[in-house]
Design a protein around this ligand. Structure first.
Ligand SMILES: [Zn+2]
Length: 221
């Protein structure tokens, strides 16, 4: 039997530890030696971003798919949990993997075959996202992003034939700099949150979507 700090044995204490180990109960109090993190945005409580999240999810037409490299989710800097809080739950899907074979990921293959799918990846054939015509009503685009470091994303792209199928789109220099100037002046690389905000704003002709991302990213640092 384990003892609590005040010396009493307590079955509830064991229950709390057990639930915490299973990480399913958001209400559970974390042990004092562990930095408490926010159950909504996954960041430590002291730097919780929830006050800066939009009051309501940003209504979008586009379906967003994040194909996440398995090592990316463990990085502290991943912006995907925050992105998921900003968008309607039925508009964003995260699929974890590195090798998207037809056998193991038939849905990814189907998605890549769709004429409405756009893969955000700057290969030599990629078109400027601002030149993509607006989606006709009722036929939204599927916007696919590869989430990882630049090297991980490049590896995913080069080692999966399915990514050669859809139309590739890229963010142009001036679109990116509009964002970067307002957040991180010396760095042209964008996080997944930033890239998604910029891409959605361009595809849906709604520049205000960028403002949501800028507000969050200026608080992220
Ligand atoms: Zn939070």
């Amino acid at each position: 039997m384990m003892m609590t700090e005040d010396g009493k044995s307590s079955p509830e204490f064991l229950d709390i530890l057990y639930s915490y180990a299973n990480e399913e109960d958001e209400e559970i109090r974390v042990p004092q030696n562990k930095r408490p993190s926010c159950s909504r945005c996954s960041r430590p409580i002291t730097v919780c971003l929830c006050p800066y999240l939009p009051e309501k999810p940003v209504a979008i037409e586009t379906n967003v798919y994040i194909l996440q490299h398995p090592l990316e989710e463990s990085r502290n800097l991943t912006t995907v949990p925050i992105l998921c809080e900003c968008l309607p739950t039925d508009k964003v899907q995260i699929i974890k993997g590195k090798k998207f074979s037809l056998r193991r990921f038939p849905k990814v293959a189907e998605l890549m075959k769709s004429p409405n799918t756009l893969l955000l990846y700057p290969d030599s054939e990629a078109e400027d996202i601002e030149a993509i015509p607006q989606a006709p009503g009722g036929q939204p685009y599927n916007l696919v992003l590869l989430d990882g470091t630049w090297g991980q994303a490049k590896g995913m792209f080069l080692h999966n034939e399915v990514f050669s199928w859809p139309k590739k789109v890229k963010l142009n220099h001036s679109t990116k700099s509009k964002f970067v100037i307002r957040t991180q002046p010396n760095d042209m690389s964008l996080s997944t949150l930033e890239s998604t905000a910029v891409a959605l704003a361009a595809l849906e002709r709604r520049p205000e979507i960028v403002d949501v991302g800028v507000k969050l990213c200026t608080e992220c640092v």
